[in-house]
Ligand binder design. Structure first.
Ligand code: PLP
Length: 224
């Protein structure tokens, strides 16, 4: 299926969900996750009108960057090793996986302009997932005042792979509560207005719980 056709299905789903719950669909930004697909397919996504592209490895991002350059806004969504920061920092608009002080320090050292970052939180309590524990997040964000190039635009989570809708909803809801708490601290470098949550299988629930950035791979650019 063409990306444009898949996009239409997803946009219809977003509109329907938003009208059910009284949200404005313009608040939802779609990040097309291109990590499994070719540069040609990523180019097709841009032509279909997608503005945000996401990659989870520096190699994948650099390979696509060679061809697509700064046409899309690039999102780095995967675990980021500090030593890889210098490879990607001048190419990305957003980093979704800020989860430790050493990474913030490296971003601050390498960036020549503020980078929009999401702090990744492990809300499900599964220890296989990356991200900080919810109770560590406020202290962590307070300590980021020493790194002016790190701008905390929001929080991000990866929900567990499950069909348990109730559990997914609980995860997304607790990320939102945490985001609202951080936002209310009124820290100049951490507006924390955004929520990066929801993937191919769970974006509808994520939108119902307040997502503003949904990261969609297979359902949007998958080769089927
Ligand atoms: C791969 C990936 C996605 C997209 O996953 P799909 O299930 O294919 O939509 C979203 N977020 C992160 C962090 C990913 O690694």
């Amino acid at each position: 299926m063409k990306v444009a056709e898949k996009l239409e299905l997803i946009e219809n789903q977003i509109k329907e969900t938003c009208s059910e719950i009284g949200r404005n669909p313009d608040e939802i930004n779609i990040v097309a996750v291109t990590k499994y697909v070719s540069t040609e397919r990523a180019e097709e996504a841009i032509q279909a009108g997608l503005i945000h592209l996401g990659e989870n490895r520096d190699s994948g991002l650099l390979e696509k960057w060679e061809v697509l350059k700064g046409r899309p806004r690039w999102h780095f969504i995967g675990t980021l090793q500090s030593r890889k920061v210098k490879n990607i920092i001048d190419k990305v608009s957003y980093i979704h996986s800020l989860d430790r002080l050493s990474l913030a320090k490296e971003i601050d050292k390498r960036a020549d302009k503020p980078i929009s970052c999401f702090v990744q939180v492990n809300v499900s309590g599964e220890d296989s997932k990356h991200g900080m524990e919810p109770q560590e997040v406020e202290g962590f964000i307070r300590s980021l005042k020493d790194y002016p190039a790190v701008k905390v635009v929001g929080l991000m989570t990866m929900a567990p792979h499950t069909d348990d809708e109730h559990f997914l909803r609980k995860c997304f809801r607790s990320l939102r509560e945490l985001q609202e708490n951080i936002h209310s601290l009124d820290l100049p470098y951490a507006p924390c207005t955004e929520l990066s949550m929801g993937m191919s299988n769970d974006y509808k629930i994520a939108i119902e719980e307040g997502a503003t950035f949904i990261r969609i791979g297979s359902a949007l650019v998958g080769n089927d």
